[in-house]
Design a protein around this ligand. Structure first.
Ligand code: BEZ
Length: 209
């Protein structure tokens, strides 16, 4: 059955461009981003992996480890990584799984047969330190993902894991956040000393804790 939010992300062992890994050991106590691509030597994927490599410092600052999945073998990965480094002006600095037998793709339901019978779609999972799935997105082969948006979501997930807040549409680090409905306005005033702005009884903002 397909994974859902809150499910425990299944563990696996896999060959990668950086050696064999056990997924849980690789993650340790970090957050994880596990993301698939249709295939090696494809243009959109080349830009996506390049972008992820460029954002390594941002992922590190948030204690997040990236791990890519592609249903090609290690030899092809090695050649493709050279191309990514050259064309995207970067150094791929995270492992790419060689998922030729589609074990990981199947485990994470990354093949959507009505889109393509053989290649993976652009699935992306954010996994918390508790190994629970916190976010899933699925894009078609034709549309590259926005990895700055992935960082923004991670900021929201990490903030809302610690405080009784939610983040509004288009929220970015430093902007006001929403007090969750489960907290009464009376309790919110005690909980959030920076202040609570009540727009409607159900819509209350507070500065980012
Ligand atoms: C790509 O990754 O560039 C791609 C793959 C399949 C179809 C279209 C684009």
């Amino acid at each position: 059955m397909a994974l859902r939010l809150g499910d425990i992300a299944p563990n696996f062992k896999a060959q990668t461009s950086m050696g064999e890994i056990d997924f849980y050991d690789y993650l340790g106590s970090s957050w994880g981003v596990l993301f698939s691509h249709p295939a090696d030597y494809t243009p959109v994927c080349t830009t996506e992996l390049g972008k992820t490599a460029h954002l390594k410092e941002e992922f590190d600052r948030r204690n997040v480890k990236a791990l890519a999945v592609s249903v090609d073998n290690l030899d092809r990965h090695e050649g493709w990584i050279k191309d990514i480094n050259e064309t995207q002006n970067t150094t791929v600095n995270f492992p790419i799984i060689a998922d030729s037998n589609r074990e990981v793709a199947t485990l994470y339901d990354m093949i959507h047969p009505n889109a393509s019978a053989t290649t993976t779609v652009r699935s992306l999972f954010i996994i918390g330190p508790d190994k629970a799935v916190k976010l899933m997105i699925t894009y078609p082969a034709s549309t590259g993902r926005n990895f700055v948006e992935v960082l923004r979501v991670i900021d929201s997930l990490q903030l809302t894991a610690q405080h009784s807040v939610a983040t509004p549409a288009d929220w970015k680090q430093g902007e006001d956040v929403i007090v969750v409905p489960a907290v009464s306005t009376e309790d919110a005033i005690k909980k959030f000393p920076k202040g609570v702005r009540v727009v409607k009884p159900y819509l209350r903002y507070t500065p980012q804790p």
